[in-house]
Design a protein around this ligand. Structure first.
Ligand SMILES: Nc1ncnc2c1ncn2[C@@H]1O[C@H](COP(=O)(O)OP(=O)(O)OP(=O)(O)O)[C@@H](O)[C@H]1O
Length: 646
């Protein structure tokens, strides 16, 4: 007999179908509860091994409320819900479920999801949970940094993004005077937040001070509220300011959350999103549970004046290199000492010795491939191959033959037998880079390989057992991909057993001097150049830049700066400015473009700038900070032809 399962579901027909499917597969269903209260009674009486949990139930409490209690009782659970709205997914994800099944589902989906959940649960029991850096810790670390207030608030916005979706965050002190604090953190097309005082936005949107003040009175309503769809459109009719701002930046929903600070004022945190339906009551509940973190943002960052921030300006050049000096210290090839990166090192140490699947998440150029290599190096599989597959660069028609291999004559053009990547990696590790780019059809096949641990060659008759550890990486928001139907939820849960989230370089600017020196040492050795370090001005330039391309961009910039250096120190850093090419949020002739159009236009602009050069120094791939193979596949996918590049 398999384990016992409690079904928490208020629709009787769905619950009954579930019961039949589970019992047929050998599970014991120990009860059906339509509400949280009834579920708690049944848990006490029957002590289930698993709970299948719907989100919206009878009564005021939701499945997400019950999830918190299940975690405390250490009972694993899987959501079953009709909703894959991203906001709900994010609220549900915060409760760390073992899976998420979307209604309507097939019997097979349910059983696969239960298998995946069991695998995740077993792996989770084996691994000591790494100490996550909590939201409160992250805010605390940012508050302590010797940086300007606006810079810290930009970093706070970055951190809050994994907590609640938004494209703009306004922090406003609720009083009547215009001089009170109000700052807008607006995300641009490169996913980087910029801080704007209201005065600047008034100019951009053509709104008068008077209209802005009257709109602020709207904000003065008490309580926390969210406005989606029609409610948001009505809010816009009531407030010229909200209308002007939202029309300018295409915001379509908002959530207002109030916090009392130590100066006795209330501060409104107003989130805006380009999605029409981004906010819900669950998020307000979660925000309420984190009142103290938001109060700390105000007390420890907003209310600290910049004069109080001690910025030590040392005019001497930094750590000049002495020939033969030991290399910058690192963690198995990963350079950096910021608390956020140290948390990543801890996770690597925990997971490397095991066979657990790892999902490395982070923007392009943050070092995901390097992390994968380090995990392999520290694992018992280190003497076996590490095979890297860039899923974005695989030609659509050849994906399966590349991954699983083919027999001679399996299809037209298959003149030789091919050993697939999985077979090549047998005994070792396979690194599936840019997994978010894998087409849905191939996702199904990949899931089967992960479940069955065997591959079937195209044109072959028979399967081969394989023993491969999976590390996958993506710079996409996979939950969003799932919510929008581009990524399979079951595969997401199978891969997301042990996620490692890499911080962006702008979140850990304290690592910039170390990294800059590390790259300089490497290049000086290679090129035999007599350059010994950076001038203080050059270092300041590096520290003040936002690094949309992260560590890869820094590496390339140091390489270019070294080429241009004439003396002993790198005195000048030329930060790239691509005029007109960065998808024009500031552009007055702004029109709504799809993401694909934006991507196409941006790539075209860069290709034009590089005179059509894709590979190598000064090529488009370098400027865009993505591997040239990825750029090439995007060029093909977006139908960019050479003639378009003028
Ligand atoms: N912490 C680090 N220490 C030293 N080098 C690093 C570090 N992080 C990244 N790098 C270097 O920066 C470059 C980009 O890193 P990597 O290719 O691992 O990024 P990525 O996140 O996989 O990028 P993409 O998503 O575009 O594939 C590489 O040359 C890598 O060696």
């Amino acid at each position: 007999m398999k384990e016992s399962i409690l079904i928490v579901e208020d629709e009787f027909i769905v619950a009954n179908d579930l019961r039949i499917m589970l019992e047929k597969a050998g599970y014991k269903v120990c009860g059906i509860a339509p509400s949280v209260a009834k579920a708690l009674d049944l848990i006490k009486a029957k002590n289930p091994n698993w709970v299948l949990l719907d989100i919206f139930l009878q009564g005021a409490k939701t499945g997400i409320d019950l999830a918190g209690q299940l975690r405390e009782m250490n009972i694993p659970f899987i959501y079953i819900s009709a909703n894959t709205n991203q906001a709900i997914l994010e609220a549900a994800k915060a409760t760390e479920p073992y899976g998420f099944l979307v209604k309507p589902f097939r019997e097979k989906d349910l059983l696969v999801m239960l298998d995946i959940a069991q695998y995740r649960h077993e792996q989770g029991q084996k691994l000591v949970k790494p100490q996550e850096i909590s939201l409160a810790d992250q805010v605390g670390l940012i508050a302590q940094k010797a940086e300007q207030r606006d810079e810290k608030l930009k970093q706070v916005a970055q951190v809050l993004q994994s907590f609640i979706p938004f494209d703009c965050l306004a922090i406003t002190r609720k009083d009547q005077s215009f001089d009170s604090f109000s700052l807008y953190l607006i995300k641009n097309s490169l996913n980087i937040f910029k801080a704007y005082p209201v005065s600047e936005l008034l100019e951009d949107t053509g709104i008068s001070l008077r209209d802005y003040r009257s709109a602020k009175n709207n904000l003065n309503e008490s309580g926390n509220h969210f406005y989606n769809n029609f409610d948001f459109r009505r809010l816009k009719m009531d407030s010229l300011w909200i209308k002007a701002l939202s029309d300018h930046y295409q915001y379509q929903s908002t959530l207002i959350f109030n916090v009392s600070a130590s100066d006795r004022y209330t501060y409104a945190f107003q989130f805006f999103s380009k999605g029409a339906d981004s906010y819900n009551q669950l998020q307000i509940d979660i925000l309420n549970k984190n009142q103290q973190v938001f109060a700390a943002i105000v007390d420890e960052i907003v209310l600290k004046k910049d004069e109080e921030v001690k910025v030590v300006k040392d005019r001497r050049p930094i750590t000049p290199l002495v020939s033969g000096e030991a290399a910058v210290s690192d963690f198995h090839g990963i350079v950096g000492q910021s608390p956020l990166l140290k948390a990543v090192f801890r996770k690597i140490e925990i997971v490397a010795p095991d066979d657990t699947s790892v999902l490395v998440l982070g923007e392009s150029g943050t070092g995901k491939e390097r992390i994968a290599a380090t995990i392999h190096k520290l694992s018992p599989r280190k003497n076996k191959p590490l095979v890297t597959v860039n899923c974005a660069a695989l030609p659509l028609t050849l994906i399966e033959s590349e991954l699983f291999g083919h027999e001679k004559g399996a299809f037209t053009g298959a003149t030789e037998k091919r050993v697939g990547k999985f077979e090549q990696a047998d005994g070792g590790t396979i690194f599936l880079d840019e997994i978010g780019e894998l087409p849905l059809d191939s996702q199904v096949k990949l899931l089967r390989v992960l479940q069955e641990k065997e591959v079937e060659k195209l044109g072959g008759n028979g399967v081969k057992k394989i023993n491969v550890r999976i590390i996958a990486a993506t710079n996409r928001n996979l939950e969003k991909e799932v919510a929008e139907g581009r990524f399979r939820l079951d595969l997401y849960y199978r891969l997301n057993v042990f996620p490692i989230e890499l911080p962006t370089l702008r979140q850990r600017k304290e690592d910039i001097p170390l990294l800059a020196n590390y790259f300089l040492q490497k290049l000086v050795k290679k090129n035999q150049r007599p350059v010994t370090g950076f001038s203080a001005d050059a270092l300041e330039t590096l520290m003040n830049y936002d690094w949309p391309g992260n560590v890869r961009e820094l590496e390339h910039l140091i390489e270019r700066s070294l080429l241009m250096a004439t003396g002993e120190l790198i005195e000048q850093i030329e930060i790239p400015v691509i005029r007109g090419a960065v998808a024009g949020m500031e552009d007055n002739n702004f029109r709504i473009k799809t993401m694909e159009e934006m991507e196409r236009d941006h790539i075209l602009a860069i290709l034009t700038l590089c005179k059509g050069k894709v590979f190598g120094p000064g090529g488009a791939a370098e400027l865009l900070n993505i591997p040239s193979t990825t750029l090439n596949s995007k060029i093909k996918k977006l139908g960019i032809k050479y003639e378009f590049v003028k």
